[in-house]
Design a protein around this ligand. Sequence first.
Ligand code: ZN
Length: 168
Amino acid sequence: MTGKTHASCGALTGALTTQYFHTDLFTSVTILVLSTLASLLPDICHTQSKIGRRFRVLSFVIRLLFGHRTFTHSLAFIIIIGFLLYLIQTPMYYMVAIVIGIASHVILDILTPKGVKLFYPLPLNVVSPLHFKTGGLVDLSLATAFSFGTVYTLFQPFFNEFMLQWLN
Ligand SMILES: [Zn+2]
């Protein structure tokens, strides 16, 4: 999946998190930023990715240590990040936003032909039986659907209000 697809899916998980926790405006904006960044984080192992280009040295080191789509795309990585956030007493809604953001990335990559090493360090490659080419039509459609989903989730109360007024 492209960075755009990952980011839009991250934004959607963030939007759903704000709905779930009924957060105030400031917290909601922070949640959206965090979940979007989190959804790009696993590709830090890829020097050409959006996040990899920003943190070149770190990206290079991670790639050297683990290779691409291994540790940063595994359950172990998600659990470690979750545990670290817990240790520094991150508020629940930020923790959920980040962990689900990362998980959304891993799930999307499972839908690509290359799959991910979900159980790293076990060398098992996990690929969905139904998978799609990165940059293809499905990839683009997903990005569009996630973006609409995000906007709808964020503005749902306004949409409802509008519909009610229109119906009366
Ligand atoms: Zn990835």
